[in-house]
Ligand binder design. Sequence first.
Ligand SMILES: NC(=O)c1ccc[n+]([C@@H]2O[C@H](COP(=O)([O-])OP(=O)(O)OC[C@H]3O[C@@H](n4cnc5c(N)ncnc54)[C@H](O)[C@@H]3O)[C@@H](O)[C@H]2O)c1
Length: 448
Amino acid sequence: MKVVIVGTGYVGLVTGACLAEVGTSVTCVDVDAAKIARLQKGVLPIYEPGLPEMVMRNQASGRLSFTTSLASALPGAEVVFIAVGTPPGEDGSADLKYVLQVAHEVGQHMEHYLLLVTKSTVPVGTAARVNRAVKESLSARQLIIDYDVASNPEFLKEGAAVNDFLKPDRIVAGVSTTHAREVLEQLYRPFVLNGHPLLFMDIASAEMTKYAANAMLATRISYMNDIANVCTLVGADINQVRKGIGSDPRIGKHFLYPGIGYGGSCFPKDVKALIQTGREYGYQLRILEAVEAVNEDQKKILSDKVLRHFDGDIKGRTFAVWGLSFKPNTDDMREAPSLVLINSLLEAGAQVRVYDPVAMEEALHVLGDSVVFADDMYAAATGADAVLLVTEWNAFRMPDWPRLRSLLQIPLLFDGRNIYDDVQLVKHGFIYYGIGNTAATAVNALMQ
Ligand SMILES: NC(=O)c1ccc[n+]([C@@H]2O[C@H](COP(=O)([O-])OP(=O)(O)OC[C@H]3O[C@@H](n4cnc5c(N)ncnc54)[C@H](O)[C@@H]3O)[C@@H](O)[C@H]2O)c1
């Protein structure tokens, strides 16, 4: 089967590489000519573990190719995936201009039957708009060509995207014809042989499923952050509470980690878009409004703790920030909580030295020369007044504590992800602040 994927970002590139890996012939299309030129030379635009090898392998075998020309990619194709961005518009709703552009363009160039599949995260009703856009372009050409539209939202996680695509928890497909269902069944057959479900449903439900999933995950994060903040006030330890509740199978232990708020290219925009969908239909999604509000506050929690420690005055002080990307194993800086933290520190007159194992280049585009980019985690900490752990990369999990202590001006550590053992750190002579964890505060007090 020949497949075209329009949009060669995190989702499009991973989809293209993984489909090619199981024998599908894939052409990836993108309007970004520089990105396509680099991909043609085997240079990837993103950091994603396992992806470079897969892209190169399939490029070499001739199953995966890259172009800027959708018109030249369409002949012989049976399926076109739309995997372009759907950024938030001014009111928070998903901006569909790129999706509809692609749909129009497909209608302008198609010469035979196509199954047009939205893989981008799009609100309910988008498939109908894609359908209209194709129809308009075909009527402008005075042509009648058969086509189907389907919805196939993507659930991969950046940082584990290849594995998620190859071994999906589930594949959701919204279809309105038997033919569309058969084509998708055939395409995804290699990925569901191990029993992973391919769930067919109506198109509106498929579109809604993606938002409902992301909104649920964002809700868990904000809920745990809220509970963590209360733990701090009442003298409980969120790390213990998390274990205590996560062992209940109705709750489950995954995704219960408090931190400095969710970020990335999906949760913030998808929560906003779902709230806006509710509004359009006259319904207020009160839980999600609270989820968003808690998250906005949580992004400030580490800078608030720093300011409180220094009695509100951090002018002229230097802080080492460990980790910049919105989560480990990706270089994605979109909506990264590190940016909110760094801005607050800079606004309060502090200097910031940063280190991230992978996202430094991406971060440079956003932060410019407002911060110092250090060569490694210890260089960032040298002479600093504190270390702020922001992204829980493995490289940060077991620092050489005596070395770190000797490098820091003050042995002070703010752990935005609760990855360190607070009591052990206090034994190493550090003053430790976690999220929703008062144990070390108590030990600090005892030792003073
Ligand atoms: N990133 C994720 O983890 C993730 C996971 C699941 C779903 N999604 C959804 O998938 C969609 C894509 O996300 P992403 O992170 O891959 O975005 P991205 O920004 O990394 O990539 C989008 C690509 O589309 C290209 N593009 C835009 N308009 C185009 C056009 N008219 N023709 C061809 N190419 C065009 C851009 O140049 C860019 O390379 C979004 O709707 C997102 O919400 C993302």
